[in-house]
Design a binder for this molecule. Sequence first.
Ligand SMILES: NC(=O)c1ccc[n+]([C@@H]2O[C@H](COP(=O)([O-])OP(=O)(O)OC[C@H]3O[C@@H](n4cnc5c(N)ncnc54)[C@H](O)[C@@H]3O)[C@@H](O)[C@H]2O)c1
Length: 315
Amino acid sequence: MRGKRVLVTGGAGFLGSWLCEALVEMGAHVTCLDNLSTGSIENIAHLMGKENFSFLKEDVCKSCPEGFDYIVHGASIPSPDDYMRRPVETMLPNSIGLLNCLESARKSDSVLLYMSTSEVYGDADLIPTPEHYWGRVNPIGPRSCYDESKRFGEALCMSYLREYGVDVRIARIFNTYGPRMDLSARYARVIPRFIIQALRNEPITVHGDGRQTRSFCYVSDMVKGLLKLLLSDCKGEVVNLGGEEEISIIELANLIKELTSSSSSIIFLPAREDDPRRRKPDISRAKNLGWRPSVTLRDGLALTIEWFRKKGGFK
Ligand SMILES: NC(=O)c1ccc[n+]([C@@H]2O[C@H](COP(=O)([O-])OP(=O)(O)OC[C@H]3O[C@@H](n4cnc5c(N)ncnc54)[C@H](O)[C@@H]3O)[C@@H](O)[C@H]2O)c1
C-alpha cells in the first residue's frame, strides 16, 4: 500500500478511524472525509500530524473528491436509536453519498469497498446466514431507512460494476465493537450502552426478552477483514465479515456485569420493532480469502471495558 492514495469516508468514526490508522501504518496516503455527524476529531487526533494523512470535513452527499487508487465508503448513521431518530439523513450517505463515491471511482479507476451490513438480511430465517440469502426485511418499518438504504447501496455498487466495470467489493459487516465506540449512552449501540450502565452501576437496559442473539466481532479482526477484502483479487464479491460466537443479549448483559464487577440490575424495555431474533454469519467465503476472527468475546470485551474505564474516568 506504500504510496497508494486511499479515501476513507466516515473515517472519523469508530471503524473508519481504525481503518485509517492501519492504512497510514501501511504507508498509504490516506484522506479521511467525514462530516462529524456521529464521528469525532478525537478518533483521528493521533493521525493529524502525519504527512501521509489528511482530513476533509465534508458531507459525502455534497461531493466526493477524485484521484484515488482505493475508496472505502463507510459514512453512515449505524446506531438504531440514532438512525430511527433521523431516518432521512440516514438514507442519504448510502444513496447519494455512495453515488458520488462510485462516480469518483469510475472517473479515476479506483477500487471501491462498500461497508454494508448484516442488516440487509433483516430477520433472517437461515442461520448461520450465507451471502446467497436474499434477506427478510420490512421495507417500510422503522429500521428500513438503514436496512433498505444499505440494500439500495449494494444494488448501486453492482449496477456500477455491470454498466461501467467499476471494481466494487461489498463487506457485509456484522456487529463490531471495541475502543472508540460512541460513549453517549443514549444513542449508543448495545455493547457500549451495557458497559457504561454497568460501570455506573445503573440498571442495564435490555430491549425485549433478551433471548435475541448477536455474534460480535472485535474491531482489530474487522479491520483485518476489511483490508483483506480491499486488497484481494475479488472484484464484484460480497463477503460476510463477523464473529462466529453467537450470544443472547441477556447472556451478554451478564457477561459485562461480571467483567466490570458491577452491581447493576438488569431491566427489560419493550422490544424494538422488527428487531432480528438471531444473527450469526456464515463466514466460509471470508475464510476462503484467508480471514477469520481471532479475538474471543471475553478478551475483546475486557479490552473494550478497559478503554471505557479510562475514557469515562471510571475507577
Ligand atoms: N460497527 C458495526 O457494528 C457495523 C455493523 C455493520 C455495518 N457497519 C457499517 O460500517 C460503517 C462504519 O460504522 P461505525 O460503526 O464506524 O459507525 P460511526 O458512526 O462511528 O462512523 C460513521 C462515520 O460516518 C460519518 N458520516 C455520517 N454521515 C456522513 C456524511 N453524510 N458525510 C460524511 N461523513 C458522514 C460519521 O460522522 C461517522 O464518523 C458504516 O457504514 C456502518 O453502516 C458497522
